[in-house]
Design a binder for this molecule. Structure first.
Ligand code: CA
Length: 539
């Protein structure tokens, strides 16, 4: 028998003790939770049944499961209501003026900057992202990434699998769900996981799964009270001069009067069998004015809510998988979207504004053993808080330069006494695609003070959600609000310092298209106040 040198024996004994110590510490500190982050694109909270929209647009039983088993947040806000900037905030826990991603036109995420994903990965988490990414540069910090290029498409999507282009057949929401579950099945079970399951749906142009065409049996949907908003109430130019209305902006593609070009012949057959008879009827009746807006609103609701049905189904499949695998008790499940969306309010689709429907995003969090089931929280929280929350939940330190705050105490039902009571918002992208003028402002439980400041406007508005819940009146010049305005301006100044707002943002923050009457940037496509400008590139 070979003699083992004493030194080697000692080192083996030592290694044995070290392992025992590690095992003991692992017993003392429970394994950090798995994190399943389900993120959709443009999902209005009005389209989740547990949020109780009076129109009762549809039932979302699986999303409601998360709310029923966890916490539903009624005032989760984004600091800049569009896709890429919101995603950059989720990853970094920072405002766009610090993470550098201001808009969807010319911003590119700097992958060298810190993200919560990198920290989780360094701490031993397996990390994965599947679905919509939309940050231009490739994902970094993930063991597995399988993402849509750019906006992605609803049917038969090309995707990028850890850098390799691949093509899938089928409906994108289903494919993202399959890929999510497949990865969860084959993951390294010795480690906790972070899975970011990020849907394209229900982004414009709202193409439902074939099986959900006709899901609403040609329902005529209740209208929001502001479907025919006259943009009065002493409001300024911005709300009147936007280009995101059902009346003026909604295209034939949006209305499904044109069949998408990337369907297979079999898919196209089913698609046309649903839409064509209805489109023929529309063409024959030639509605105009309010009747046309109403027709578009109902077509929009059918399509948008049809997309949500697949998202809800996906959530159900993933939750069922967690349960079947015995992972449901150890997994923190978060459902949110990159921002809210207008479902006909103010006559609009799209997002961008500081107004409630786009400022707010749905947020449902389920964390068994931590979060009281069926709880509702109405404090101002934000996707700025997600990175901090995930790190805190994993027992990791929160970098000092992150600008949000961990939601973990709130999830435990213990909201800190000094939790935020005001929130800073800043939207940049202009003039394409929707002519929403850049603005910043402060939001509280009751008020919004907004400054529209570029390029051809410079005015303030004040909204009082208690007196005017649909936000159609500007109280800024009302003498009765003079003190409120002064107090909010002081708070806004304080917030701008706190969030390190640089003041005048760089010109590139607004995108690469010239403002009206601005000299053309060399190489940039022409734009300006031109009918139809920017309609091709939906964001
Ligand atoms: Ca979005």
């Amino acid at each position: 028998m070979k003699k083992t040198p004493l030194r080697l024996v000692c080192s083996r004994v030592f290694a044995g003790f070290a392992l025992l110590a590690l095992a003991a510490s692992a017993l003392a500190a429970p394994r950090p939770p798995n994190i399943l982050f389900i993120f959709s694109d443009d999902h209005a909270y009005q389209a989740i049944s547990s949020y109780g929209d009076p129109r009762k647009l549809l039932q979302t039983p699986n999303l409601d499961r998360i709310a029923k088993e966890g916490m539903r947040f009624t005032r989760a806000m984004v600091p800049n209501s569009i896709c890429g900037p919101s995603r950059a905030t989720v990853l970094t826990g920072k405002y766009n003026h610090l993470n550098g991603f201001y808009n969807n036109s010319n911003s590119k995420f700097d992958p060298a900057q810190p993200t919560f994903v990198k920290n989780l990965h360094a701490a031993g988490y397996q990390t994965a992202v599947v679905g919509k990414w939309h940050l231009v540069s490739d994902p970094v910090g993930f063991d597995y990434w399988h993402v849509l290029p750019g906006q992605g498409v609803y049917y038969n999507p090309p995707m990028i699998d850890n850098g390799k282009p691949v093509k899938h057949q089928g409906y994108t929401t289903d494919i993202i769900t399959d890929l999510t579950i497949d990865w969860l099945k084959k993951r390294d079970k010795s480690k906790p996981f972070l899975m970011m399951c990020q849907h394209k749906a229900p982004h414009r142009e709202w193409e439902p799964n074939l099986k959900y065409l006709g899901h609403d049996r040609d329902r005529q949907y209740p209208e929001p009270p502001t479907l025919f908003d006259d943009y009065g109430g002493k409001r300024g130019l911005a709300v009147r001069d936007q280009d995101m209305s059902l009346e003026k902006t909604f295209t034939e593609r949006d209305a499904k009067l044109i069949t998408p070009g990337n369907l297979t012949p079999e898919q196209k057959k089913v698609w046309d069998a649903y839409y064509e008879p209805r489109n023929d009827k529309f063409r024959e009746s030639k509605p105009t004015g309010k009747d046309l807006v109403r027709w578009r609103y109902n077509r929009y609701m059918h399509d948008y809510l049809g997309c949500i049905k697949s998202v809800d189904e996906s959530v159900g499949r993933v939750l069922d998988f967690l349960k079947a695998e015995g992972l449901d008790k150890d997994t923190l499940v978060v459902y949110s979207a990159d921002q809210g969306f207008y479902l006909g309010e103010h006559g609009w689709f799209d997002k961008r504004w500081i107004f409630e429907e786009s400022l707010r995003t749905p947020l449902l969090i389920r964390w068994p053993g931590v979060t009281p089931p069926g709880s509702v929280n109405d404090r101002i929280v934000s996707n700025l808080d997600f990175a901090e929350t995930f790190l805190d939940a994993a027992g990791l330190p929160i970098p000092a330069d992150m600008q949000g705050r961990s939601l973990v105490p709130i999830l435990k039902g213990q909201t800190p006494a000094d939790w935020r009571t005001s929130f800073y918002y800043h939207y940049y992208e202009y003039p394409v695609p929707h002519r929403v003028r850049p603005h910043y402002g402060v939001v509280t439980d009751q008020y919004k003070l907004v400054h529209f400041y570029k390029p051809d406007v410079d005015y303030w508005e004040l909204y009082d959600r208690e007196k005017d819940p649909t936000e159609v009146k500007n109280f800024y010049a009302d003498p009765a609000y003079a003190q409120t305005v002064a107090t909010l301006k002081t708070e806004l100044t304080r917030l701008r310092v706190e969030v390190k707002e640089p003041g005048e943002p760089p010109r590139t923050a607004y995108g690469n298209r010239p403002f009206d009457n601005e000299p053309q940037t060399p190489g940039a496509p022409a734009t300006g106040k031109k009918k139809g400008a920017g309609k091709k590139k939906a964001q």
